[in-house]
Design a protein around this ligand. Sequence first.
Ligand code: TNX
Length: 645
Amino acid sequence: MQGEGTMLSIIPQPRSVEQREGFFAYSDHLAVVCDKSVENYVGSYLQGGFGPVGVAVWCDPRMELPKGGYKLNVTPCGVQLCAPEREGLLNGFHTLLQLFPANVYERKGVGQCLLPCVSITDWPEYSYRGQHLDVARTYMPVDEIEEFISHLAHHKLNVLHLHLTDDEGWRIEIEGHPRLTEVGAWRGPDEPILPIYGKFNEKYGGYYSADELRHLVAYAAERGVTIVPEIDLPGHSLAIGKVYPEVLCPVERDNSARGGYDGRNVWCVAREENYQLLEEILGQVCDIFPSEYIHIGGDEVSSSWWRDCPHCSALYEERNMQSYAELQAYFMERLSDILLGLGRKPAMWNEATDSGTLPTSVRIHGWEGLEECRKVAEAGYPTVVMPGPYFYFDMRQSKSEHGHNWAGVVTAEKCYSVSLRELGYSPQARANVIGFSGAFWSELHVTYRDDYESYVEYQTFPRVCALSEVAWLPEERRSWGDFEPRLERHKARLEAMGVSYRRGAPAPPVGRQITPSMRVTTSLPMSRDNALEKLSAYANDYGYRTTRTCHDGDWILYEFDGALRKGTSVELTTGYRHVVRGIFSEGVVEVSGDGEKFRQVANLHNGGATITLAEPVRAIRLRSTRTANGDGYVFVQYPIIRRPE
Ligand code: TNX
């Protein structure tokens, strides 16, 4: 029977665990008696039979425990789980599931098993234990979001921060504004919103109806998860701007470098009608999402649009402002008032505090770095700590993987290692930290979703497991040495849940890299004088920018002094190496044995291709077959050439 010699490995680690001799012999025949508030959910894992009571789950409001706390007792006679309120019961239930064999997560009944006798008293250190999910860059079907929520709940995370709008998509249906989703939810070569990150030939996207979102809210609530919606304002608003251009600053710019693509993405602060429209939109958002907080963005606003806008400039003068941060604060405060009027509270990204004038009642999500988080916490804002270098699960997990890298390589261990104390947070700042969150930004999800069983799960697990313990335990109680072996054992549960987590770093490419003498030339104008010389010397693996986007017929040519041998592998890249942007959105690879006559050997996929030479080659040419890539530039790279051992 399973359970013999059980070594506990609970994630996140509870405050206090006493393991005792002996076991409780659980079987599906025993009855499960349950508080009404969690009955359905508990019943979906432990169906319970008609025998004597095996598991009892109840609320006792007189219990004295911090919020979210519970007590769990397993004795040879049965299981008792109790908590002062529902939230604690769910936390306790998620611990209880981890005492079962992993197949409990398959929800097909466990038959019989032995549960180790334990006495656990537990509560969370932080009230905000979140995971952010960007469904704006890449639409995710409702059932995939459901599964994701279910996985978060099993790790006692209690917030899903749902990023619903951005430059690349508007995903929430708004009654009375059907074009927001008819137009704003789609990208494609003939759509107002062009693809940016690859997939230039397809129309793709999608949106959520109000009913679907309400369903998700209920699904999450059943598991103890609150969905906090985000409408990203006033920047990151290209999508709504394609539907209602009048909400943006009336600024005309020369867009020829971008292939005619108008990249305006900032709301006009001075246009009064904008606040009416936003009141209407936020009203419906509040109607769908019952969360106490609504996130209204505030990140990465390019103030150059305001500078060039006659109306914003006039407002700036009139109010005697000293910086564009004040103009942003004005906008954010008007929206805060709208939310307060709707009975809700605003949450924003850390840049929203830059003016120094934003009231400290606003909840701030710090993303840029731990130091930015420290500053806002020190300034008195309730702060969610989620800086890129620790918690951005769109960052790659090793050098040989895809993913953003502006915040470096983010491993589960890096995430686990976050320490507010070591970073000099004062006790007051630490007290203002209400919790931690991971982030999954999905620029690359659309690019790789077909190449992975689940790109989201690959990127988020096991990093979410590390996050869950960071947010649950006090910092002084955490130790990677203790966590790591538990994580190894926890993987059987991830399997049973059906999470296609990252198993380890992918194997490095075979062959030895060589740098045969060559010359790089291109039809594109480069932004730096010596760029082509540098590339010809295999220097700067970040690549060099051109000053305009690609046109149909543009080329990049690599000419070698001596022929490359047959069997050599050549990795060709346009755009950044780690992120599919600034690419030849469509194109071909051509090779030549004599440097004059070329023959097509491959199509570019996501701006690149790896070819194995079938004959000696003196020159390789990348040729663009489409104009525009959604960016005002192309990145030119040197090829990575490998000789098989
Ligand atoms: C920064 S985080 C952003 C996002 C990007 C992300 C990529 C934040 C508030 N802004 O728009 O998706 O980096 O890592």
